[in-house]
Design a protein around this ligand. Structure first.
Ligand SMILES: [Zn+2]
Length: 84
């Protein structure tokens, strides 16, 4: 396995749009993939995002607004609270 620092869900949400745009560094892409493999919640989220992109055709900056990211953080916060 790698010795790269673990990526938390919040960082995954921050970086997933860069991932979809192919804009991540190799190291961050690896961390994102490692997180995806270990986190069903984020894998599901990424799938939803891809489904959305197939409908809209392309990812635009306006499609993933800070507001949307804030909502996703709330989802993750609730999810963590339920698990603890
Ligand atoms: Zn996650």
């Amino acid at each position: 396995m790698t010795t790269l620092p673990e990526m938390p869900c919040a960082e995954f949400v921050e970086r997933v749009t860069d991932h979809l745009e192919g804009a991540l560094s190799i190291e961050d892409e690896q961390r994102l993939q490692d997180h995806l493999a270990a986190c069903a919640k984020c894998a599901h989220y990424l799938q939803q995002l891809r489904d959305t992109l197939e409908l809209t055709g392309e990812l635009r900056e306006d499609d993933v607004t800070p507001e949307m990211r804030g909502e996703l953080r709330d989802v993750f916060a609730r999810w963590r609270a339920e698990r603890s």
